[in-house]
Design a protein around this ligand. Structure first.
Ligand code: BGC
Length: 356
């Protein structure tokens, strides 16, 4: 019995010791909080950063928040408690981290918002992302060119879908695309048979494919089941585009509309190659992750992190408040069936086999 108790005690000590020393060298610790494992890109972003930061000699606490705000908050609290020196956060909901980030600020920990801007917090030091406005403009211009909106008579039927309302990026993706497409809606050259054109109405919680599919099944049944042609769908990313494509596959018999997307997710690549999704916007997560590693390294060494934009990203959404976050914007690239080999295979992002 005594032996058993001693064993239990040793096991408990190992656990306790292990728990407090999991990150023995807090001086070197970087906390990386990603939103979810559900989508390919966040797994890649997280793993690239971990690999590169470790290669540069840092310890990394990499966590994925399961698209649950409370989980992400507690993961960040743990990172702060473990003594991390820099936080890199891709938020689930940009507006829900104010309280935990106040603790980071109190502890003198700089925060880099990763891909998605964290809103209404004065604890955000830097932002690294792709040029989100350009992503939207690229999608809008793609549809404009594909339908030859400048010259054709129309009218063309178009539907719209964007992502999570808590993700500040949708304001750039959707508004950027609409800066190109709205004039055509206004003139009547483009019409939206479902009448759903407002960002809040076309938003998709958690960017979920299922929800996108369900919404489009309803739209197709109500507006297109009589053979009405759907000419284009502005979809802000690939997970929502895939929902649209699934809905079309189930009920739509006409030619596929021009569908946009973003990320070059492996899940949509067969559709892109087959011409069912006309384009995606490629954002090489390796580029963004590498840039953030440079930023972290600079902060760790007391140097200035690289930035290339000090005007665009205001994280204060109050009417008269302004808090511009110094940012680094990477460049997105349009990817289609015509150039995908060059864009995603020659760059080493995917192998030919993965897409076969
Ligand atoms: C990212 C997109 C991604 C979406 C869904 C956005 O914040 O910028 O690349 O498709 O989140 O995860």
């Amino acid at each position: 019995m005594k032996k058993l108790l001693a064993l239990v005690l040793v096991v408990c000590m190992v656990f306790a010791f292990g728990a407090t020393t999991a990150f023995a060298d807090g001086d070197n610790l970087v906390g990386v909080a990603m939103p979810t494992k559900d989508l390919q890109r966040w797994n890649q972003d997280g793993e690239y950063m971990k690999e590169k930061l470790e290669a540069a000699g840092y310890e990394v606490d990499l966590q994925f928040g399961a698209n649950d705000i409370a989980t992400q908050v507690s993961q960040i609290e743990n990172m702060i408690a473990n003594g991390c020196k820099v936080l890199v956060i891709a938020s689930i909901d940009g507006d829900s981290l104010g309280t935990v980030l106040a603790q980071a600020k109190e502890a003198g920990i700089p925060v880099i918002a990763y891909d998605r801007l964290i809103m209404n917090s004065d604890a955000v030091s830097y932002y690294a992302t792709f040029d989100n406005w350009l992503v939207g403009v690229t999608q809008g211009k793609f549809i404009e060119d594909a339908l030859d909106l400048k010259n054709a008579e129309g009218p063309f039927n178009m539907e719209f879908i964007t992502g999570d309302p808590g993700d500040n990026n949708i304001n750039f993706f959707f508004d950027g695309a609409m800066s190109i497409l709205q004039p055509y809606l206004d003139s009547g050259k483009v019409v939206c048979p479902s009448g759903q054109t407002e960002k809040a109405v076309v938003a998709t919680a958690n960017w979920a494919t299922d929800a996108a599919q369900a919404r489009f099944e309803t739209i197709l049944a109500a507006n297109y089941s009589d053979g009405t042609k759907l000419d284009a769908v502005l979809a802000s990313n690939d997970s929502t585009a895939l929902g649209v494509e699934n809905a079309l596959a189930a009920s739509y018999t006409g030619d596929y509309p021009v569908i946009t997307g973003q990320d070059c997710d492996i899940a949509i690549m067969p559709n892109l190659i087959a011409g069912k999704q006309a384009m995606s916007v490629f954002k090489d997560t390796r580029t963004l992750a590498a840039k953030v590693v440079e930023m972290v390294d600079a902060l760790m060494k007391g140097a200035e992190p690289p930035v290339n934009d000090t005007e665009t990203y205001d994280n204060d959404s109050s009417e008269d408040g302004v808090n511009i976050i110094p940012s680094f914007l990477c460049e997105p690239v349009a990817c289609t069936a015509d150039n995908y080999k060059e864009v995603v295979i020659d760059s080493g992002y995917y192998t030919e086999d993965q897409l076969a």
